[in-house]
Design a protein around this ligand. Structure first.
Ligand code: NAD
Ligand code: LMR
Length: 328
């Protein structure tokens, strides 16, 4: 039997964890021929709940599930891990300012980055889901100087999938026939979902952008504020769709993106499209050989430029705030 891939999931007893673990164990993330060993990392108060989830995983008798370990301490949770899905984060509480949130999460993602640095497998790949995802990824990467920065990513695949769904509904075209959408910037309300390079049912996506009212008053805000709309409707933040996006992101990272298409991911900028080096920013990306590549050479008009710049400015401000707090 092939050696199992070690997958660590933090926040394993949370909502997203519950929607994610069973799909990983079923083979949806790494394919039907790759066994997985799950490491569930939680805080001590939630270990009991994680044990319950592990009992349910056992009860599924997944043929690909080679084992489950539960940890409440990062060094053990990340020892030898190949894929780290950092889902657990501190939610914003009443009266908490953004800086308080950044500081609280610095206390989580700094030590986790260090534990990944010290003990993870040489090929470790990290996806940060917990919010604020881009800046949490920046903090984790800053604490892992021996791990290539390109191995730290933040999730904007949910935003990408939301954009696909909105375009599909507007154009009456199946999602499978929509290609080359892109999410730029931060996983926040400033993100910019870009249709200008898309192909929708074999036609240029630019045709949809001609409907300026729909583009600026419907499509862009619907995608960018979808997280808040879900919280409003469900009374809790998106979970199954977030887990699905984490599966999509990791699968494409490891197994590659389809020929002729791209997707979106928060990756460490090397200065592409004028985004300051080192920021974890969402770009259009392809993956091959287990590495993301930013799609280069796209023409960015003034409409897109203004929106990309606004979201990148927010990322820079978040980086400045965590620098001031001594977290990076
Ligand atoms: P949740 O509150 O249901 O679960 C979070 C879990 O994390 C809890 O079980 C908690 O005990 C655990 N946790 C907290 N600190 C931890 C630590 N230091 N180590 C390990 N575990 C820890 O939340 P959820 O709905 O599962 O969401 C998790 C995060 O994902 C939130 O930050 C949410 O905002 C974010 N999110 C991101 C996206 C995205 O697209 N990037 C989408 C949806 C949600
Ligand atoms: C989402 O996009 O659904 C979440 O990031 C929203 C949130 O604030 O948890």
């Amino acid at each position: 039997m092939t050696t199992p891939v070690n997958v660590t999931v933090t926040g394993a007893a949370g909502q997203i964890g519950y929607a994610l673990l069973f799909r990983i164990a079923s083979g949806a993330m790494l394919g039907p021929d790759t066994p997985v060993r799950l490491r569930l990392l939680e805080i001590p108060q939630a270990v009991r709940a994680a044990e319950g989830t592990a009992m349910e995983l056992d009860d599924c008798a997944f043929p690909l599930l080679a084992g489950i370990d539960i940890h409440d301490e990062p060094a053990a949770g990340f020892a030898g891990t190949n894929i780290a899905l950092l889902v657990g984060a501190r939610p914003r509480g009443p009266g908490m300012e953004r800086a308080d949130l950044l500081e609280a999460n610095g206390g989580i993602f700094g030590p986790q980055g260090k534990a990944i640095n010290d003990g993870a497998a040489d090929d470790v790949r990290v996806l940060v889901v917990g919010n604020p995802a881009n800046t949490n990824a920046l903090i984790a990467a800053a604490h892992a100087p021996d791990v290539p920065a390109a191995r730290f990513t933040a999730m904007t695949r949910l935003d990408h999938n939301r954009a696909l769904s909105q375009v599909s509904a507007k154009a009456g075209v199946p999602v499978a026939d929509i290609r080359r959408l892109a999410i730029w910037g931060n996983h926040s309300a400033t993100q910019y979902p870009d249709l200008f390079h898309a192909e929708v049912g074999g036609s240029p996506g630019g045709a949809l952008t001609a409907d300026a009212g729909w583009l600026t008053e419907d499509f862009i805000p619907t995608v960018a504020k979808r997280g808040a709309a879900i919280i409003d409707a469900r009374g809790a933040s998106s979970a199954a769709s977030a887990a699905n996006a984490a599966i999509d992101h990791t699968r494409d990272w490891v197994l590659g993106t389809p020929e002729g298409d791209w997707t979106s991911a928060g990756v460490v900028s090397k200065g592409e499209y004028g985004v300051p080096e080192g920021l974890v920013c969402s770009f259009p990306v392809t993956s091959s050989g287990g590495e993301w590549q930013v799609v280069e050479g796209l023409e960015i008009d003034d409409f897109s430029r203004e929106r990309i710049d606004a979201s990148v400015a927010e990322l820079s401000a978040e980086r400045d705030a965590v620098r001031e707090l001594g977290l990076v």
